[in-house]
Design a protein around this ligand. Structure first.
Ligand code: SF4
Length: 471
């Protein structure tokens, strides 16, 4: 309950440099990423702030296209006692400089940053940043994938109040990961209502408003290019009943869609069966979307997911060739992938295939094979991503060792940061654009899309996605 004199704490998605899309870490025009939804880190933090006696407040300055000075005016008008701001890896120094000014203009209120996994992995850089920015009251790391209770009060078994004193300047907030596979973690229930915004949608959304939930943290697989899996060797699950109650509340608040931010939804089979059966029993109006692996999505599991309200699944398909997938820790046959996509079609679960275009040794033919393979699966959506060697990944390490990393690495460059043996950057970029167009403008996909449109919300989203694809 909100008390009239309750102090508010701002959760901030800060302004971004013009022409930069923070969510996609790309220039806006290259991102084809016209779906915006709130950060799961901020959503998870909102409950901890409330439990500490503050009123969580939220501004998405990127969505509102605020400049830093407009943001300052708005904060002054709305009044906050502290700020927790997302930070990006590639714009970090610029963002910190602006936050420092903001803090000074607001009389020195506490300002905390939410660091990225890349930053967490690069401890010397993190130490340097904290040393250089002693005005920063603390850096919250690992928020979305950790036991937030333990993060806030290390060693505690229960959800602890948000303790500002814990976040001292220059303190390295790198909590010990105490993960127990299948354990019933409890965290502060997020305050979803403050993130409600009619402009938010997922690329696959059919209806709004939308929000995000996280049930499990971590992923035990070791895909070479992946940074998201780097925090845990094991997975940590939140208490099943607690997550169900969170979804019931989200439904009651009027949200229509949820995106599970778990890296591999439903990996723990027993917990997934329990969770899905309980969710189906509640008969909520909510529909949801998740990401998982093809080798997790058995027929039985897909049926349970459908009954529990799942309308879409994102799968990492990555590459056309099994040999390449095996190298990436995706030891999955072509037949198995085709079977799972067909099962989803039968159950009317929409599919999104994540595809990685142009590994360092790919030829033009390999890339074309991959595009063709993606299309042959008949997914509803495909996300074609040019391979990037993300900092802190084994792939980056290998790229550096084998000499195919472009040291002038720039994630704002749509054609990736690796040198190709058989392709130049212009060819890679051309292939990516061709891939997008050949999929999204194929008569089958356009026709199906138009047939499937059920609401103005969806039509508006499709027009925006189409424009981004043409960009
Ligand atoms: S399965 Fe997904 S989240 Fe897990 S390591 Fe592979 S790419 Fe990363």
């Amino acid at each position: 309950m909100q008390l009239p004199d309750q102090q508010s704490f701002l959760l901030l998605d800060p302004p971004s440099a013009s022409d930069f899309c923070r969510r996609a870490s790309l220039r806006e025009k290259d991102s084809a990423h016209d779906a915006h939804f709130p950060s799961i880190d901020l959503i998870l933090l909102s409950g901890a702030i409330r439990d500490a006696g503050f009123r969580p407040h939220y501004i998405d300055a990127q969505l509102d296209r605020l400049t830093w000075s407009q943001l300052l005016d708005r904060i002054r008008k709305e009044g906050v006692q502290g700020i927790i701001s997302l930070l990006s890896s590639s714009q970090l120094e610029e963002e910190l400089a602006h936050l420092k000014e903001l803090k000074a203009s607001l009389g020195g209120i506490p300002v905390y940053g939410v660091g990225t996994i890349v930053l967490l992995k690069d401890k010397p850089r993190l130490a340097r940043i904290l040393q250089d920015h002693q005005w920063l009251d603390g850096m919250i790391l690992n928020t979305a994938e950790n036991n937030l209770g333990e993060l806030i009060t290390p060693g505690s078994d229960s959800v602890a109040p948000f303790n500002i004193a814990k976040y001292e300047a220059t303190q390295l907030m790198v909590p010990e990961a105490k993960v127990r596979y299948g354990d019933g973690l409890r965290i502060s229930r997020p305050e979803h209502d403050i993130f409600r915004d009619g402009r938010y949608c997922f690329p696959q959304s059919k209806r709004g408003p939308v929000t995000c939930v996280q049930w499990a943290f971590g992923c035990p697989f070791r895909c070479e290019f992946c940074i998201d899996n780097q925090l845990y060797k094991k997975m940590l699950y939140r208490d099943v009943n607690d997550v169900i109650e969170e979804l019931v509340e989200i439904d009651r608040l009027g949200f229509r869609e949820v995106y599970f931010k778990d890296l591999t939804f439903g990996l723990h089979r027993g917990l997934a069966e329990e969770f899905l059966a309980k969710l189906a029993n509640r008969k909520l109006g909510l529909k949801w979307l998740c990401t998982t692996r093809v080798d997790v999505a058995t027929r039985d599991m897909l049926e349970l997911m459908k009954e529990a309200g799942c309308y879409g699944i994102e799968f990492g398909v990555e590459h056309a060739h099994e040999s390449k997938r095996r190298m990436l820790d995706k030891k999955i046959t072509d037949e198995k992938i085709a079977e799972v996509f067909a099962d989803c079609r039968r159950l009317r679960i929409e599919t999104t295939a994540f595809i990685m275009l142009a590994f360092e040794d790919d030829t033009e033919q390999d890339v074309r094979d991959t595009i063709r393979f993606a299309r042959s699966l008949r997914p509803n959506y495909v996300s074609f991503n040019v391979v990037n060697a993300l900092p802190g990944t084994p792939y980056e390490e290998r790229a550096r060792k084998e000499g195919f990393l472009r040291e002038e690495s720039d994630l704002a460059f749509a054609a990736g940061n690796i040198r190709h043996t058989h392709l130049n950057p212009a060819q890679v970029e051309k292939l990516r654009r061709q891939a997008m167009r050949s999929f999204y403008f194929s008569p089958r996909v356009v026709f199906q899309r138009l047939l499937d449109v059920r609401s103005f919300f969806e039509l508006r989203k499709l027009v925006r996605l189409g424009l981004a694809t043409m960009g």
